[in-house]
Write a protein that binds this ligand. Structure first.
Ligand code: SF4
Length: 943
């Protein structure tokens, strides 16, 4: 069903009947809740936008008091197809971020030594001049790997990739390898799609390898649909070592030993295969079983494959699996049978959790998808769609050519199969002499605090020979800003444009984030050149910043950059942000112009009014679509292989006699055997298998008190850095104690609230124990989204709802101790609530004590830590964080040695399989090890 006016109207049938209809959003009157019991009317203008506090892109509506132009509240938008008006606490808390008394309002430039926090206010003009000339110089000198943009919270689709490719630099860095890269690899090996899109509301059985419902990924759009599914009679199993909020809502709580989740899934696969609960017709049609058979030199007929597959997974019997995983065998078998009974209506998801915790965690996603494939739950009603079917990214007005450069600071040769950049290793790579960065942007990102090994970031960012200029683009002060040259204030959800789409369910939609004050100013006929003119202070938005900066880099257009930032409507003139989105809405979103016309609006007016658009609903089984005959011209039909080839490449798979599009893999089928893994040095992992984790039981010295620390969860009301400028979120969640089972607490000799010292490979932290039966014995767990700090006396370092003062001690030889000197406390500010702060903690910063542990295949940081947990020692204080960066570097080297580097010996002499996606994909030539960037030909040796 393609989006048109009627479908959009259907969306408005919502149980939230009291919500103002969009037709009344210019002028809405209601009583002021704060004035109760008096009946005081307030008159509002309502402007829709999109939440910026996680990736889910839920719809919001800002209520602007028409008497004074102040945003009074931010509520869920019931007309948004993904969130349907139901937001988590972080959506409405946007209002706190808008009015936070401690936010950064003006661009600032460093005036003292780097790290001194001595800054002064400067103009946007001077910022653009300085950064523009630096970047222009780097481009002219062919230093195309020295301009780097490093994103924490993206919050848009495709915008920055276009900017960087227009500049011709290889400089996109992301947070993905501390987040989801492992799961993405596991998924992509199957289908070419790197993430799942479960159809929870229609599922008969859902299995979550995580704590999604309240503490994980996409949690509100997904959480509400998981509950919808349960309300319809679907069952829910949650695999998590903690009794998470999600697990508490489940029918089955599975808490295997950390790192054994893939084995648990293979045990489920065993039951499906041996109790004949598999969908053999689906496997025959859609799985590339021929490649599987050929790889093991077996007859390539389906009957033999069927027998062989059973044989290959015969050893993972429920009894053995249950014993190894520490699970109840009967429950494991029951869950497997329920999955078999649900068949194609089996929904599943893993994103962070065990996939991002363990060495080999990517195989958790591969094995989970194996279970989905076995029951034919791919793309089916109630099953799990490939994400590409449920995400819609419209094309902008110009697409720059790929850059002719490959940066080994982003994709080092050791990890040719890494799904994303090895971002968290940047300081280790810089300090190993692998390059330098001239101009470095961190964008809504706080690597000193969020990433593992934060002290290594401090050492790298503090060294101007490694990082020439560092600009922090952020709505708030953060720990990383201390080591910046510029701190550039960027907008929150009501202060910026962005376009987003997410795979929240079996549909596609777009959401439009808008600067509320600008929209209202323009509704009133005021001419606005830049969004910062209407935002608080001089808070800007990245979209316009990049346009303005690109013009400074290439003022006369001679570098070929400026043309990508010229108006598609006014040739030769600078594109406005309104024109940028206007063009997309007019040209790239099917059904939107018609829906807008039905309301007598232009497409841009429609999106400004509604803030979202349902592009297509009820999307299932996209792989079954027939290949258009135009794409098969000159093709050869190969009945034995069940494919149609064009130019030697598979262009369609034959199912029921017709060529179907299948999946974006090389075989266009689901690849149970990955030739890519075999070709690129990992043949033992070519099929779904279990890889024992670095925290596997055999790697633990229990006699020495070693345990596993699980840190891959967060409290549901927390963002990352940006919780600290929300008073509501800070009040809701302000401690992150160490979860410990009573048996372990007794062994260690601690009671609830006692201090424990958690010792990792390169340091330790001191935190309070929370003794609970809601965690598996033998391990501890601690949420990693608290423990913000500022060095006592720092100028500008604020966010007083959550930040502690600390004494940052450099102990010499790369050792650091962070010790708090003052807790969170009431303070005077423009917000009267600031004098009522009752909490004194703000949590403990544990990530600082985590050495980097890059998975040898996926490159994902393996978050789980082997630790010892003891009673706090004499002299230890709550919140102490100690780290030794000499050990950090040694551990980095240990993990580096596990990788299997690409080189001229790799297939095609390439750095990476060419069919693997890469963010900001360079030219095909640049994949080769012998490639010399044209600008530097003859001047520099090959990279
Ligand atoms: S789930 Fe919460 S934080 Fe995420 S976009 Fe929705 S409202 Fe915002």
């Amino acid at each position: 069903m393609v989006g048109h006016a009627m479908d959009q109207a259907t969306l408005r049938v919502t149980p939230l009947e009291n919500f103002p209809p969009p037709a009344q959003w210019d002028d809405w009157t209601e009583y002021d809740a704060a004035a109760w019991p008096n009946k005081v009317q307030k008159n509002y203008a309502l402007v829709p936008t999109i939440c910026f506090n996680c990736e889910a892109a839920c719809g919001l509506v800002a209520y602007v008091d028409k008497s004074n132009g102040v945003i009074r509240k931010v509520e869920g938008n019931p007309y948004h197809p993904g969130s349907r008006g139901r937001n988590c606490a972080k959506g409405p808390a946007t209002i706190n971020q808008v009015h936070d008394p401690d936010r950064v309002l003006y661009p600032m430039k460093r005036v003292g030594p780097r790290g001194s926090t001595q800054f002064e206010r400067v103009s946007w003009d001077s910022v653009l001049d300085d950064l523009g000339s630096r970047i222009r110089k780097a481009i002219l000198e062919g230093r195309l790997g020295e301009v780097m943009y490093h994103v924490g919270r993206p919050g848009h689709d495709g915008y920055i990739e276009r900017v960087l490719q227009a500049w011709g630099v290889d400089g996109h860095n992301s947070h993905t390898n501390v987040c989801s890269a492992a799961a993405r690899l596991g998924y992509v090996l199957w289908s070419g799609h790197d993430r799942p899109s479960p159809d929870y509301e229609n599922a008969k059985f859902t299995l979550l390898i995580s704590s999604h419902l309240e503490t994980g990924h996409y949690f509100n759009p997904h959480a509400q649909r998981i509950i919808d599914g349960k309300m319809k009679g679907g069952k829910l199993a949650v695999c998590d070592i903690r009794l998470s909020n999600t697990a508490s809502m489940s029918d089955y709580w599975l808490a295997p030993r950390p790192g054994t989740e893939a084995l648990m899934l293979l045990g489920i696969a065993h039951v499906l295969l041996h109790e004949d609960l598999a969908d053999w017709k689906f496997l025959e049609d859609w799985v590339d079983w021929r490649a599987y058979q050929r790889a093991f030199r077996r007859p390539a007929d389906f009957a033999t494959f069927r027998a062989d597959l059973k044989y290959d997974y015969a050893a993972v019997t429920p009894d053995k699996v249950a014993a190894e995983c520490g699970l109840d065998q009967a429950m494991l078998v029951e869950v497997a049978r329920e999955i078999g009974k649900a068949g194609s209506a089996f929904a599943s998801h893993v994103w962070r959790n065990s996939a991002s915790g363990n060495e080999g965690g990517w195989q958790v996603a591969r094995c989970l998808q194996f279970v989905s494939v076995l029951v034919g739950a791919v793309g089916a009603l109630g099953g799990t769609n490939p994400a590409g079917a449920n995400k819609f990214v419209p094309a902008p007005f110009s697409k720059p050519s790929p850059q002719q450069y490959w940066s080994e600071l982003l994709y080092p040769r050791e990890w040719p199969l890494a799904h994303h950049e090895l971002s968290f290793l940047l300081p280790h790579l810089l300090k190993s002499g692998r390059g330098r960065v001239d101009t470095y942007f961190t964008r809504v990102y706080n690597p000193v605090w969020t990433n593992p090994d934060g002290a290594m970031w401090i050492e790298a960012l503090g060294d101007e020979s490694l990082v020439g200029c560092h600009a922090v683009l952020s709505p708030v002060w953060n720990e990383t800003a201390r080591w910046a040259d510029y701190v550039l204030p960027m907008g929150v959800a009501t202060e910026r444009h962005d376009l987003m789409s997410q795979e929240t369910h079996a549909a596609t939609w777009i959401g439009f984030r808008q600067p509320v004050h600008r929209v209202l100013a323009e509704r009133q006929g005021r001419k606005v050149e830049w969004t910062w003119e209407t935002n608080p202070g001089e808070v800007w938005e990245e979209d316009e910043f990049w346009i303005a900066l690109s013009w400074r880099i290439d003022p006369d257009g001679s570098l070929g950059i400026r043309k990508h930032f010229e108006s598609p409507y006014r040739p030769g003139e600078r594109v406005t942000i309104e024109e940028y989105y206007r063009w997309i809405f007019e040209n790239s979103v099917p059904g939107l112009p018609q829906a807008a016309a039905a309301e007598g609006q232009t497409p841009l007016e429609y999106m400004r009014r509604h803030g979202c658009f349902l592009v297509q609903d009820k999307i299932y089984r996209t792989h079954e679509s027939e290949v258009p005959s135009t794409q098969l011209q000159g093709g050869e039909r190969d009945e034995d292989e069940g494919v149609v080839r064009v130019g030697g490449k598979v262009a369609g798979v034959l199912v029921d006699g017709k060529p179907r599009v299948g999946f974006p893999t090389q075989s266009r089928r689901l690849e149970i055997y990955s030739q890519t893994m075999a070709d690129w040095g990992w043949p033992e992992y070519a099929t779904p298998v279990y890889i024992p984790s670095h925290v596997d039981e055999q790697n633990l010295d229990r006699d020495a008190g070693e345990m596993v620390l699980v840190s891959t969860f967060r409290l549901p009301t927390l963002i990352h850095t940006r919780s600290a400028n929300s008073k509501w979120l800070s009040e809701l969640s302000n401690t992150n104690p160490v979860w410990i089972h009573p048996t372990d607490a007794t062994r260690i000799g601690v009671r609830n609230g006692d201090l424990v010292r958690v010792t990792t490979g390169n340091g330790h932290y001191v935190n309070a124990a929370w003794v609970t039966e809601g965690v598996r014995p033998g391990l501890v767990a601690c949420s990693h989204h608290l423990g913000r700090w500022k060095v006592e006396g720092d100028q500008h370092a604020v966010n007083r709802w959550q930040l502690h003062d600390v004494d940052f001690q450099r102990l010499g030889d790369g050792r650091y101790l962070i010790r708090r000197t003052a807790g969170v406390r009431p303070f005077e500010s423009s917000d009267k609530d600031s004098t009522k702060v009752w909490w004194s903690s703000g949590g403990v910063h544990q990530n600082f004590t985590f050495p980097v542990q890059p998975d040898p295949v996926s490159g994902m940081h393996c978050w789980h830590q082997k630790v010892t947990v003891t009673r706090a020692e004499p002299g230890d204080r709550y919140g102490d964080v100690f780290v030794d960066t000499r050990k950090s570097m040694a551990i980095f080297e240990e993990w580096l040695a596990k990788a299997r580097p690409a080189g001229p010996h790799s297939p095609g002499g390439l750095r990476r399989p060419p069919h693997f996606k890469r963010v900001c994909r360079p030219t095909e030539d640049a994949f080769g090890f012998g490639f010399v960037p044209p600008a530097t030909k003859g001047a520099l040796p090959p990279a």
